[in-house]
Ligand binder design. Structure first.
Ligand code: GDD
Ligand code: MN
Length: 391
């Protein structure tokens, strides 16, 4: 008898369904009922609602509903009440931490993701032996209903950024409706910023097999979308982080000398770009565009190129992504200061080489520029971006 039950459990691996909610009192109970209705009885499920203390009382509503719910074997529903709204991805992560199923399904609580699709997703995981199944709007047979053109357009752009920028092969990496084997995310450390949980899985585990199945996204009938301006900036921030994640994985250089030289090379490259920018802007402002007096035009060229140099060195050479206002301003101040010191070094070196050592002016100039740039590099590395000289 016992053995038979065990076999049953193994055959029907348990499924955990995670449903994050924020102000979904008009939807959540019907979604829970619908999910229960559409999942075949032989599959045992654990449904987890993750609510962020919704002001409309979604959490309390679910709790009361669960109190009176008839217990059905192999079918549990629970709620995680979090104290504050900390975002969709982080809600999903909280759900995962309490999920006991081998397969986890993530879905919205507003009927945009039709519960009828869940059994198909589970079937697909078994049939194709894959780790992740994405319910997709952007493959043959998939669709979106009820979205204005503007939202469709934004979604397409976001999808394009993910596919091209992060080299993701899935057609709908922004889908919020997906299922995965719990094992497939073992060892991943999640940032869980914003909305895009699936994207983080796809980027951080490149080895997983993914299968997409089509579905039609239907815009919610009740309540409002929680997608706002912050969701968009969060998205860009997370794409940037994921992009960096891919890079640090590839360049695992340990030798400090190589690191030093590669940083210096970046610094010099930025310097060269600054030279070109300075030249072009100065020329453009005096001749082509505003017809400024040439010294004014040149002054703008200098200010402009110092600024681009600073930004490139900050984000590229020294990898500093912290744009805290006061910190960035201080860094910029130091950068300008060291650029001026560099100019003085350059003048001094040219003078000494030409006057005391009788070197030709072009040769002296080249040596002076290189010396000054090197001095600049050292000062900025150590004092502006606070990096050790050799790390
Ligand atoms: N717990 C919690 N905390 N839940 C949240 C939060 C939060 O901070 N923000 C949103 N949710 C819940 C909502 O209650 C809903 O169930 C689900 O997450 C999706 O939020 P919506 O506000 O309805 O998002 P949407 O319809 O605009 O966007 C959907 O479609 C996108 C496709 O482009 C989502 O599925 C996105 O994940 C998906 O990318
Ligand atoms: Mn929605």
């Amino acid at each position: 008898m016992k053995v038979a039950i065990l076999e049953q459990i193994n055959k029907n691996a348990q499924i955990s369904i995670i449903i994050p909610t924020y102000n979904e009192s008009q939807n959540i109970l019907s979604v829970l009922k619908s999910v229960t209705e559409y999942i075949p009885k032989k599959i045992s499920t654990q449904t987890i609602v993750v609510d962020d203390n919704s002001p409309d009382g979604t959490g309390k509503l679910v709790e009361d509903y669960l109190k009176n719910l008839k217990k059905v074997a192999g079918n549990t529903i629970k709620i995680i009440n979090r104290t504050a709204k900390t975002g969709l991805s982080s809600a999903i992560l909280s759900g995962i931490k309490q999920a006991t199923g081998d397969i986890i399904v993530v879905m919205d609580s507003d009927f945009s993701h039709p519960p009828q699709i869940i059994p198909k997703m589970i079937e697909a995981i078994k049939k194709y032996q894959c780790d992740v199944v994405v319910a997709s709007r952007y493959i043959h047979g998939g669709n979106i209903q009820g979205w204005p053109t503007k939202r469709k357009f934004i979604s397409k752009i976001a999808t394009l950024i993910a596919k091209k920028g992060l080299d993701v092969k899935v057609n709908d990496p922004m889908s919020g409706f997906f299922a995965f084997k719990k094992n497939a995310i073992k060892g991943i450390s999640f940032d869980a910023i914003g909305y895009k949980f699936l994207l983080e899985i796809l980027v951080k585990n490149r080895k997983i097999n993914v299968k997409e199945i089509p579905y039609t996204f239907q815009e919610r009938k009740f309540g409002a979308s929680k997608l706002d301006y912050k969701t968009v900036t969060d998205y860009l921030r997370s794409v940037w982080k994921l992009y960096r994640f891919g890079q640090t994985k590839e360049t695992n250089e340990k030798r400090s000398s190589v690191k030093f030289i590669s940083k210096a090379a970046r610094f010099y490259t930025v310097g060269a770009s600054g030279f070109a920018i300075n030249y072009l802007v100065s020329l453009f402002l005096s001749d082509g565009f505003l017809e400024l007096w040439y010294l004014h035009a040149n002054a703008f060229g200098i200010i402009f190129s110092i600024t681009t140099n600073f930004l490139l060195n900050k984000t590229w050479t020294f990898n500093d992504r912290d744009f805290n206002k006061t910190k960035t301003l201080k860094q910029f101040g130091k950068f300008v200061l060291f650029s001026s010191i560099g100019a003085l070094i350059q003048l001094g070196v040219v003078f000494t080489l030409v006057d005391n050592y009788s070197l030709s002016y072009p040769l002296s100039l080249s040596l002076a520029v290189l010396t000054a740039a090197f001095g600049n590099f050292i000062l900025n590395k150590k004092l502006t971006f606070k990096e050790k000289l050799l790390e």
